[in-house]
Structure formats: structure tokens, C-alpha cells
Ligand binder design. Sequence first.
Ligand code: ARG
Length: 273
Amino acid sequence: MTMDATSQRLLMCRPTYFAVDYAINPWMDPSAPVDTALAVRQWEQLRQTYRDLGHTVEEITPVPGLPDMVFAANGGTVIDGKAMAVQFRDPQRADEAPAYRAWFEDAGFEMYDPKHVNEGEGDVLLAGDYLLAGTGFRTAHSSHAQLQEVFGYPVITMQLVDPRFYHLDTALTVLDERTVAYLPEAFSLGSQAVLRRLFPDAVHATMADAEVLGLNAVSDGRHVVLPAQATDLAAKLRDRGYETIGVDLSELRKAGGGPKCCTLRLRQGKASK
Ligand code: ARG
């Protein structure tokens, strides 16, 4: 089997002000120590991994007092040159939204503003011709209709049921135009049935993989960058013909984030889809 890698344009935010000062998901424990310098080194390693794969990494300037801004996936949804800004559920992250919005505007994307809670690519994943949209914890179900109107892809609602997998990108990875990997039990029974129908060849991850945020991975269609600790998932992906690259983001995991959370895909137009 030959698999073609697509070179991607990615947005990242250095974790200069990273901390766990509040708890808005079950991974976050503000009383546990966090090593910000180590978080920065791990993040630089992730950035280098993308560069080595031939991707282009752009950076947004981190803002003091916004410790979760490193999670660029939550900054927006960018498809076909259109950027939808975000609206966070939690007030602690609210000020990230205008910072990312300004970046998209400067970069020349056609801007759309969210009418409801919408946490960007954390919950909105393009899988081939479908836009998979998570709800249950963060992104409001009411935002899914707006996503469909703005982007013109059929939106498939994914009901998340386990608070540890509060964003869609913690429970499901898009591997290429046809395939995904996911943790079935992170979804409602109805959503599991939808996933089986749409992706009969999907890779099923184990709870052990998901508990190290193994599904918070970034694929270019051939190479999959995922947490180094997700060894079973990596083996399954290699069996399918993908090349896996393990990265250690243990410090950022203390905030509930992994490689995908740190990475926003900037899809310019149809050609770079
Ligand atoms: N602490 C952040 C939050 O709870 C982590 C965000 C992770 N981002 C993601 N795309 N899953 O909002």
C-alpha cells in the first residue's frame, strides 16, 4: 500500500505562559507542580517533528495570563480559506478567542464569528467530506448548524460521554480522507453506530491508549504524530501502513492536552485540503 503524505500549514503557540492554574477538565490539578521550561522543550520537539515532516509551522504570539493558549487547536476552525473564530465555554479561556481571531484576520482568512460555544478544531474535525463535530462537554450542539452553513460540508454530530475525553480530538483522530481511529466508549451508542457506518475500517483504540491522550494525534495521511506512551495504538497504525512518530508532551498532558491540541491546521483552499 502506498500512502501519500500532504504537506500541511500549521499554527502553533509557544507555551511561554503555560500553567495549570484552574481546572476545567478532569486532567487538570492546580495543586500539582508544572515545569513550564520542560513544557516548552517538549513543544519545541513537536514543532521540530512537523518541520522534519516538511510541514510549515506558523506561530501566534502567546499572551501572558492565558496558560491554555498553547492549545492552538481551540483557536478556530480553518477550512478552504475560511476561518471560524471560537467562543469558549469557560471564562478562563475567553480572551484567547480575540487573539486567535486577530491572527486569522491578519493572515487574510475570510472570517466568521461563532454564535454559540464553539471550541474550534478541538471539537471540529474534517474527515474526507464530512465535518465531524463533537458536543456534550464544550462545543454546543447549536453551533453545528452554523458550521455546516459556513463551510458547506455535511456536519455529523458526535455525542461525547466521558468527561476525560471532553473534546472530540481527545477521542478520535482523522488518519486520512477515508479512515479514523477512535475510542468507541467515549461516544454515545448512537454516535458509535454512526462511526461504524461511516468508517467501517476504522482503527479502534483501547482505553489505555486514550488515557495517555493517544488519540490526540496529527496525521498527514501517511505519518502519524502521537504521544509516545500510546504504544498499542502506534502498533495498530503501523500494521495499517502508517509511519508513527511518538512525541512526549507529558507536561502539557497535565492540562489535558496532547500533540493535536497544540496544532491548528490552516487549510487555505481546495488544493491544500
Ligand atoms: N486545558 C485545556 C482545556 O481544558 C486543554 C485543551 C485541549 N485542547 C484540545 N484541543 N483538546 O480547555
